[in-house]
Design a protein. Structure first.
Length: 202
């Protein structure tokens, strides 16, 4: 499936989280996670196409290092008016996108922006505090954002290449298994690579 159409940090490679508030950032990855069966509030499972955005925070480094923080957020790949992905893109552009406006997420790679990070604590699970990207906005006039340390990339299931699996990409939430895991594991479990999307569900 193409990325064209009309966040949590991980328990894996990175455990330290960036501070809450606004941060300068660069979109360093947009990754097609494929379609997965999900349910909402007890409803019957339905196929949901997921995409992962990854940002490099350029104004804050991991303690004791010169390495920038990396943070990600998973979205449903939908451009409906109520979709979180469309709302984020419109906030970034500072305008409401018209109907039939064509969006290619791959062109966002390397774009500099401001992200708003919020902290949440899930005491019922493991007492950990998680950092989440709440919003993405454009830069103020004259604002300068450093270049990222990692080479930005995009990947989707229509590519003729395997997912490159860079070790700096944070693990992501697998709702079906209720665990965090490597991005490549979630891609491998998608419906497109395991028999396809049931016709009666599309």
């Amino acid at each position: 499936m193409s990325l064209k159409g009309k966040v949590k940090t991980s328990k894996g490679p990175q455990t330290e989280i960036p501070t809450s508030g606004n941060h300068s950032a660069v979109i360093v990855a947009v990754i097609d996670l494929g379609t997965h069966m999900e349910s909402y509030k007890g409803e019957a499972p339905y196929p949901t196409h997921k995409v992962l955005f990854v940002w490099e925070i350029t104004d804050e480094q991991l303690s004791g290092t010169t390495n920038n923080h990396i943070i990600s957020r998973q979205f449903t790949l939908s451009f409906s008016r109520k979709a979180a992905l469309l709302k984020m893109l419109q906030t970034w552009k500072g305008t409401t996108l018209p109907d039939d406006f064509e969006i290619d997420l791959a062109i966002l790679i390397g774009k500099k922006c401001t992200v708003s990070i919020v902290h949440t604590e899930k005491k019922k699970e493991d007492d950990r505090v998680y950092a989440n990207v709440d919003a993405m906005s454009g830069l103020k006039k004259g604002e300068v954002v450093p270049d990222p340390q990692h080479k930005p990339f995009s990947w989707d299931l229509d590519d003729d290449t395997e997912y490159p699996a860079p070790d700096w990409v944070p693990w992501t939430w697998d709702k079906r298994r209720q665990i965090f895991g490597p991005v490549e594991e979630m891609i491998a479990a998608c419906l497109e690579l395991n028999g396809g999307i049931p016709e009666e569900e599309t």
